[in-house]
Design a protein around this ligand. Structure first.
Ligand code: GLN
Length: 490
């Protein structure tokens, strides 16, 4: 019998809808797999077996009654990053601050998944409040990379990526504020897209940095990721930054790309994101990917985005500033953890004790940096300057997209590094985000698709494809073409 966990989401959907296998069997196979292997990887913070099976059975019942499937992915189960609210499971953001907290409402993404008939297997591990690049900042312990369990799976969405790579889920959802979908995808040999800002609702997505956060799809193939992208995208009046525009079908773009013809597509290599300081195996994998794109008919040129070198500095001022404001709501008064409420402390003291106990070191570091950067007297010097750099980066992109349709770079400067290697060195940790940050600062879209394994350590490398706002379909066309020519990863 076929191992159902080895199949791609599109294949599973086809079999479920043709009634060759039931959604309940597919969901059960993944729950069994979670039972068997997640002790080793720790991709999940919470598994919701009973609810997932109920959702799967509803899909099977509807199909038996002759109804057409609720969506192209109806019946295919999914792992949800623990930053989206869910009424039937805890939402913790991997923080002690929200331990055991159950939301009174579902996030927009959660509701869309449910209406699409996608059973939710559980909630995945992440860096606390989505701050980090390795999933080591989880208050519940790190996730391990399924390729090598002594290494990190990337972050902040390491749980979602590891769930895919270890076949515990055929689909997953992440969020990308500075790379948290693409970077884990690259380090685990999976696919992930950061959609254009405003194209996937942030309603019920617990905020890290509101002007940068974006939920997005993760899969093992470009087509699966496109199928999921089409399910979650769309305008939502409950999110004031949601944009009401007609979005192209990502599935159509992926299918068009899969024929492997990129004739007429102009691809730009970002000069500033191709450096001798990157791991040699990453650069050689990237160069080989570019050669493949050329062989598919793409016109490849080098473009310069001079302000990208300032992206890291600007991001690590803008993000903490927004974090310092967003995380003020976790005060121990309204919901979540409360400490020190023993009748001897004032409300202010209870807030301080709660926040001291509830937040981990990285979250505190960013709250302090952000509070400082926004304080009177420093605002213009730091935050104001960072906003100017943000504008310059957006202009670099605009100029580049006058010449090319998509930009490419490695997704990360290195492959997965050993657990513990960078936890005590925030700057070394932040440097992992070098290639992914510009897209978030500009509000554009980008994808990471595996480009093979690095020669020196046989670990996955990601090719990053970037496109202008609301041109997400280009990612899928180019990504699918590249994937079809690349062949299997191992
Ligand atoms: N690694 C980046 C950070 O620590 C990105 C996080 C994210 O995208 N959520 O901020």
């Amino acid at each position: 019998m076929t191992d159902l966990t080895a199949l791609d989401a599109s294949e599973l959907a086809g079999r479920i809808h043709a009634r060759e296998v039931s959604a309940v069997e597919v969901t059960q196979a993944h729950l069994d797999r979670i039972d068997q292997v997640d002790g080793e990887y720790h991709a999940f913070l919470h598994v919701s077996g009973a609810n997932a099976l109920v959702a799967a059975k509803e899909v099977d019942d509807a199909l038996s009654a002759g109804e057409s499937p609720a969506s192209a992915l109806a019946g295919v189960p999914l792992a949800l990053k623990d930053v989206f609210t869910t009424t039937d499971m805890p939402t913790t953001c991997a923080s002690k601050m929200l331990e055991g907290w159950i939301s009174p409402y579902d996030a927009a993404v959660t509701s869309k998944l449910r209406s699409a008939g996608i059973p939710l297997l559980g909630k995945t591990n992440m860096d606390e409040f989505a701050m980090g690049s390795s999933t080591e900042n989880s208050a519940y312990g790190p996730t391990k990379n399924p390729w090598d369990t002594t290494r990190i799976p990337g972050g902040s969405g390491g749980g979602s990526a590891a769930a895919l790579a270890s076949r515990q889920a055929p689909l997953a959802i992440g969020t990308d504020t500075g790379g948290s979908i693409r970077q884990p995808a690259a380090l685990t040999g999976t696919v992930g897209t950061k959609p254009t800002y405003g194209s996937v609702s942030r309603y019920g997505l617990i905020a890290c940095a509101s002007s940068l956060d974006q939920g997005g799809p993760c899969g093992r193939t470009v087509l699966d990721t496109a199928l999921l992208h089409d399910v979650i995208a769309g305008h939502d009046p409950r999110d004031s930054t949601s944009v009401d525009v007609e979005v192209a079908s990502m599935v159509a773009a992926a299918r068009a790309g899969a024929n492997g013809d990129l004739t007429g597509v102009r691809v730009g290599i970002v000069k500033e994101l191709h450096s001798d300081s990157y791991q040699p195996g990453v650069i050689s994998s990237f160069d080989a990917a570019v050669a493949t794109l050329t062989s598919l008919g793409a016109e490849v040129v080098e473009v310069s985005c001079p302000n990208f070198v300032h992206a890291l500095a600007a991001y690590y001022l803008i993000l903490p500033s927004e974090v310092s404001s967003n995380l003020a709501r976790f005060d121990g008064m309204r919901y979540g953890a409360r400490a020190g409420d023993d009748g001897t402390h004032s409300a202010d003291q209870v807030m301080a004790i709660t926040r001291a106990k509830g937040f981990g070191a990285e979250v505190k570091r960013r709250i302090m940096i952000g509070t400082y950067a926004l304080s009177a007297g420093y605002y213009d010097e730091y935050y104001g300057q960072a906003l100017k750099v943000r504008t310059l980066i957006a202009r670099d992109f605009d100029r580049a997209y006058e010449q090319v349709d998509v930009l490419v770079s490695p997704t990360t400067p290195t492959t997965a590094f050993p657990l513990g290697d960078k936890v005590d060195d925030p700057i070394a940790m932040y440097l992992n985000d070098l290639c992914t940050l510009p897209t978030n600062l500009a509000g554009h879209c980008a994808m990471s698709v595996p480009s093979g394994l690095a020669s020196e350590d046989a670990l996955p490398v990601g090719l990053q494809i970037m496109a202008p706002a609301f041109a997400d379909d280009r990612l899928y066309r180019v990504g699918a073409a590249y994937e079809s020519a690349r062949g299997p990863l191992r």
